[in-house]
Design a protein. Structure first.
Length: 234
């Protein structure tokens, strides 16, 4: 082989080698570019942002906002029931009830009477506290003071009060029974006074063991006509 042929062959090999190296360099640069793009931080998609914006945040419940427990509810109901059971029943916005009348009667008096006047009091005590009767003198087995009648025994001691004060007439017999329970006796008095009856309760007055509290009432309207407190001293 002559020199010119070797030179051409050598030049051709060098060009092929140079071309191969160029292609390899381009391939490596391309890999580096791809790797660089893969490492860039990704931007959140609009779908993800929208989903986050519509998330429902549950409110937190503090200690003071917690609902009462079952035990607390039962305790509250028990207190309410207890208060209802001990309260007395009244009518027409009056403070007088069957309970207050009975409490006074067990002490030998009635709520509308002056303090110091009771069963067993003398005639002179009555006149001193209540004054003189509107009609008549201060003698006789019974003295009348408007809506109040007072009866005496042979020793001039009081054995009976009958009061038709307005404060009693505001009450109804069913309200009295709700306070005091079923009466010991119920008598029909309609033969004497139309549409009337009496409910009698036995008392626990130690000074007068045989003493009674009577409510006369209208059988139609149920309103009290009068209250009678008396003792059987015989």
């Amino acid at each position: 082989m002559n020199r010119s042929t070797r030179n051409r062959n050598s030049l051709s090999s060098q060009r092929q080698l140079s071309t191969g190296l160029g292609k390899a360099s381009l391939f490596i640069v391309g890999l580096l570019l791809v790797a660089g793009c893969g490492n860039q931080p990704s931007t959140p998609s609009s779908t993800s942002a929208t989903s986050s914006a519509h998330e429902i945040v549950e409110p937190t419940v503090t200690e003071t906002e917690k609902a009462p427990t079952t035990t607390e509810q039962e305790s509250s109901a028990s207190t309410t029931d207890s208060s209802s059971a001990t309260s007395t029943v009244t009518d027409d916005d009056t403070d007088i009830s069957g309970t207050t009348i009975l409490e006074a009667a067990n002490k030998g008096t009635l709520p509308d009477l002056p303090e110091g006047l009771s069963l067993g009091s003398s005639r002179s005590t009555l006149v001193q506290l209540q004054g003189k009767p509107e009609l008549g003198g201060t003698e006789g087995p019974m003295l009348s003071y408007g809506t109040l009648d007072v009866t005496f025994d042979a020793n001039d001691q009081i054995v009976e009060f009958t009061s038709g004060a307005d404060v009693y007439k505001k009450l109804k017999i069913d309200t009295v029974i709700a306070n005091l329970g079923t009466p010991a006796e119920t008598n029909d008095t309609s033969k004497d006074i139309a549409y009337t009856a009496e409910a009698t309760y036995h008392l626990t007055n130690r000074m007068f063991p045989k003493s009674f509290l009577i409510f006369s009432y209208n059988t139609q309207s149920q309103h009290i006509n009068y209250v009678r407190l008396y003792t059987d001293i015989q």
